[in-house]
Design a protein around this ligand. Structure first.
Ligand code: AMP
Length: 130
């Protein structure tokens, strides 16, 4: 059975898309730790990031860096934090979080952001993606 993130990348489950190419998909985390919290996934389903091939791993991180550059422009922050956990969804995903302080990356403290604001944030990041 396809993972929830495969269904999102295929457009079968809605998401706040910020960027994509033929191998990757980036979208807002539905329960963000900070406004602009993005998840970047490879379209190919692989649970554990360190089981990706060298090429897949490199391509994913290069794509995530392009998303991070867009994030920095769209959401003012000191830098973009990166984390990979995968304890909840068994499909590799890189968390990108705009940081102004250490507390902005507290994964035990999720925020609720209104749908209109989530859409606005996603559009702002997408507009900066190169
Ligand atoms: P983890 O697997 O521990 O890295 O956590 C999975 C992350 O995916 C969490 O931050 C969730 O909020 C996020 N998540 C789960 N389902 C969705 C969804 N349908 N759309 C966007 N983000 C999601």
């Amino acid at each position: 059975m396809a993972s929830i993130f495969s269904l999102i990348a295929a457009g079968e489950i809605p998401s706040y898309r910020v960027a994509s190419d033929d191998k990757h998909y980036a979208f807002l985390d539905i329960n963000p730790v900070a406004p602009g919290h993005v998840l970047v996934i490879p379209r190919r389903e692989e649970d554990y990031i360190f089981n990706l091939s060298d090429e897949e791993y490199t391509d994913l991180m290069l794509f995530a860096r392009r998303v991070a550059r867009a994030l920095e422009k769209a959401i003012p922050c000191k830098r973009v934090g990166v984390a990979v956990m995968g304890l909840e969804v068994p499909h590799t995903h890189v968390h990108l979080v705009p940081l102004n302080s250490e507390g902005d990356m507290d994964f035990s403290s999720k925020k609720q952001i209104a749908p209109e604001e989530m859409a606005r944030i996603a559009e702002a990041i997408a507009a900066e993606f190169e």
